[in-house]
Write a protein that binds this ligand. Structure first.
Ligand SMILES: NC(=O)c1ccc[n+]([C@@H]2O[C@H](COP(=O)([O-])OP(=O)(O)OC[C@H]3O[C@@H](n4cnc5c(N)ncnc54)[C@H](O)[C@@H]3O)[C@@H](O)[C@H]2O)c1
Length: 246
């Protein structure tokens, strides 16, 4: 039997990068995947490699859209075993020139969306004894230059993970976070430094072993979502190929 046989997983950010890799790997390991992202055309392409999976175009900044996505997943597959919050957004800005909208968008996608989805998914996950994996970042445990909103949101996502782990400690539910270091995805290849950036500070983000492959990070997420991780609850897994080791 495969590691995720019979499990139903809702995966956000499924159209690209890590979310697409998670969707493919979960399907390969026996899960039924309900993918969520904004770009329907890209999901159509990704889901040709996600047998049995289905997807919806959803803006996770909207609580109502998140509620509907969870409801559709349960309607389609009859249950929910794992919520994998992968969708994220990173823009670099000098803090002094950040607009209210910049700040709001950082929080909307990286923190509000995962919260809305956790809240909607929890009743279903409590029923199945399921789990949540929140994809934060090493920016959720340390500072990153020109990324005040992103860092604040990712630190918040780590805090949300721990808060839920404590709140549901007596229930049949697991909640964990993964903090990846740099991965080769559109988020990093389309990265734009602000004008007059201090490249010495930007270079502090660089990983000593280079960019990780999303497929490798997806394997840690598959482990956490599986029964192999039955004793892992409230954990914050750093998956950064040694970047934060010291
Ligand atoms: N790439 C890296 O180096 C890196 C490092 C650490 C953490 N992360 C985190 O890993 C996760 C995946 O990143 P990635 O590099 O694969 O990014 P990506 O840019 O390739 O993909 C982002 C995904 O999020 C979805 N998304 C963005 N805004 C959305 C919204 N409002 N509603 C619904 N979906 C939305 C996009 O549609 C896309 O599917 C993110 O949470 C990111 O912050 C990435």
């Amino acid at each position: 039997m495969s590691q995720l046989s019979g499990k139903v997983a809702l995966v956000t950010g499924a159209s690209s990068g890590l979310g697409a890799a998670v969707s493919r790997l979960f399907a390969e390991r026996g899960a039924s995947v309900f993918g969520v992202a904004r770009d329907a055309a890209r999901m159509t392409e990704v889901f040709t490699e996600v047998p049995g999976g289905t997807y919806a175009s959803v803006d996770i900044a909207s609580a109502e859209a998140c509620n509907q996505a969870v409801a559709r997943c349960v309607e389609e597959f009859g249950r929910l075993d794992a919520l994998i919050n992968v969708a994220g957004f990173h823009q670099m800005r000098h803090t002094i020139s950040m607009t209210d909208e910049d700040w709001a968008k950082d929080l909307a996608v990286n923190l509000n969306g995962p919260f809305f989805l956790c809240r909607a998914a929890l009743p279903h996950l409590l029923e199945t004894g399921g789990n949540i994996v929140n994809v934060a970042s090493i920016a959720g445990i340390e500072g990153e230059v020109y990324s005040a909103g992103y860092c604040a949101a990712k630190h918040g996502l780590v805090g949300l993970t721990r808060a839920l782990a404590i709140e549901f400690t007596s229930e049949r539910l697991r909640v964990n976070a993964v903090c990846p270091g740099g991965m080769l995805t559109p988020q990093t290849t389309e990265f734009a430094a602000p004008e007059d950036a201090d490249w010495n500070l930007i270079m502090r983000i660089a990983a000593p072993r280079g960019m990780m492959d999303v497929a490798d990070v997806a394997k840690t997420i598959a482990f956490l979502a599986s029964d192999d991780a039955a004793a892992v609850h409230g954990a914050v897994y750093i998956v950064d190929a040694g970047k934060t080791a010291g």
